[in-house]
Design a binder for this molecule. Structure first.
Ligand code: GDP
Ligand code: MN
Length: 443
């Protein structure tokens, strides 16, 4: 995945806009489906993009069989995890490298044993790493050049952009940072697509020999076809290689797809691997909650993405840090609130909960009832600040204040945000010195 450095240097690339800042580190938002390399490679093959021969395996024995079937003296076994930087990653059992050169089927089996069921930690996975659920065994190719090629969606030009560099391989982020001139980028007009002229320019930027340039240009066109027809948001090939016998080969593939197009791409979506995603975020999606974890400690429950953004902004303004982005959508029902609280409270770092709901379609009194029921049912020890506004807000206020529960209720967003930030700080401080705090509301 092309990271922040490359994105800003190669023009305002889409990657930057698709990331959510989590305490400085940029991580890709989950709303774009990513596929494993072997799945992506299968798509490329379908479009005539040259890829190395190979197959995936989920057991060591299967890996051995795949290698036997390939019948090559030189092969590569590659851990399938949804993150970049596998080559330079380390497994939780100490094995170094998620991409290993091998020379026999037995070796495929031995490495598969050490990879499968273990977590690979790379600079893109964070310390927790990602579980390796499959390995991809491919023939080893002998290359004379490794280039970088990506097609992304770009906010600035509101369309696809092709990014190419002759300096491909494992460290494109460093290339982007230190030698931005080595990265070529060109927007694509969706009406005309990739013309011969664009394809050739991109091919030249890859720095292949003359003998391979035409095939590279054809490959660029094919990759664009994949991008367009599969509703991709990212097609990244690193490395796109030139072999010693002057062939062009896509030796790695990281494809991302637009969630909004999932209904048009049932096959692509059938390949989703949820073991690579956050369990709580998947659980939330089951209840129609749009949930993204962040690094702070104020749990937020909001209706509407716009209000959720505004809520995060105002929390930051008053010195707080949101623990999550949770949009329960238009139908903020009592059940949705219960589920949302369950998810928020599973996170031990949460020191306060901020409910910020605008009652437009939903009525505030119904929200209040849901909130009261949930608070009574769950043993909640962190302070809750509720800012309800809209239809039947007076009745909602009355219900909350008569409930006898420790819910700090506001109609004004500013006051509510200040309060939740203060409360969260108090709880954080108390936890640091190991004291319990309980909150009494003035009656
Ligand atoms: P990534 O680290 O997650 O991007 O994984 P890659 O699939 O790109 O593999 C890492 C690196 O291994 C590549 O950049 C190549 O340099 C190298 N590599 C993988 N397969 C082969 C191969 O068949 N031949 C050669 N020469 N290098 C390979
Ligand atoms: Mn790669």
């Amino acid at each position: 995945m092309l990271l922040k450095g490359a994105a800003s240097l190669a023009g305002n690339l889409a990657t930057a806009s698709r990331t959510v800042s989590r305490a400085g580190a940029l991580r890709q938002q989950k709303r774009f489906l990513s596929l494993h390399e072997y799945r992506s490679a299968a798509i490329l093959k379908e479009y005539g993009v040259p890829i190395p021969d190979g197959d995936a395996a989920t057991t060591p024995e299967e890996a051995e069989k795949v290698a036997q079937k390939l019948g090559k003296d030189d092969m590569v076994i590659k851990a399938q995890v949804l993150a970049g930087g596998r080559g330079k990653g380390t497994f939780d059992n100490g094995l170094k490298g998620g991409v290993k050169l091998i020379t026999s089927p037995v070796e495929a089996k031995i490495y598969a044993e050490q990879m499968l069921g273990h977590k690979l930690i790379t600079k893109q996975t964070g310390a927790a790493g990602k579980l390796c659920t499959a390995v991809y065994v491919v023939e080893r190719e002998f290359v004379r050049r490794e280039a970088y090629l990506a097609i992304l969606l770009d906010r600035t030009t509101r369309g696809p952009v092709i990014v190419a560099s002759s300096q491909g391989g494992m460290d494109i982020e460093t290339v982007a940072k230190e030698t931005p001139d080595a990265i070529f980028s060109t927007p694509v007009d969706i009406h005309t697509g990739v013309t011969d002229e664009i394809a050739l320019k991109v091919a030249q930027a890859l720095g292949f020999s003359n003998a391979a340039t035409q095939e590279a240009a054809d490959t660029v066109k094919k990759l664009y076809k994949v991008f367009q027809e599969k509703d991709a948001t990212q097609v990244e090939i690193n490395p796109l290689s030139e072999t010693v016998d002057r062939r062009v080969l896509a030796m790695d593939a990281k494809l991302g797809f637009d969630d909004n197009a999932s209904f048009r791409q049932p096959e692509v979506w059938s390949w989703r691997d949820t073991t690579q995603e956050d369990a709580d975020e998947i659980e939330a999606a089951k209840y129609g909650l749009n949930f993204i974890k962040l690094d702070g400690n104020i749990g937020c429950l909001v209706n509407g993405a716009g209000l959720a953004m505004a809520t995060m902004d105002i929390i930051k303004l008053y010195g707080g840090e949101p623990a999550n982005f949770l949009d329960c959508g238009g139908g903020a029902t009592a059940e949705a609130i219960r589920q949302a609280f369950g998810i928020l409270l599973r996170e031990p770092k949460v020191t306060a909960i901020f409910v910020n709901i605008f009652g437009g379609i939903v009525r505030c009194d119904n929200i209040a009832k849901g909130l009261i029921a949930t608070t009574q049912e769950m043993n909640i020890t962190v302070p809750i600040v509720a800012r309800l506004q809209g239809t039947n807000v007076e009745e909602a206020q009355r219900l909350i204040s008569n409930s006898g529960l420790k819910i700090f209720s506001f109609t004004d967003l500013d006051e509510a945000a200040q309060k939740v930030c203060q409360l969260s700080k108090v709880v954080s401080l108390a936890r640091e010195i190991d004291v319990n705090v309980s909150f009494e509301l003035p009656l």
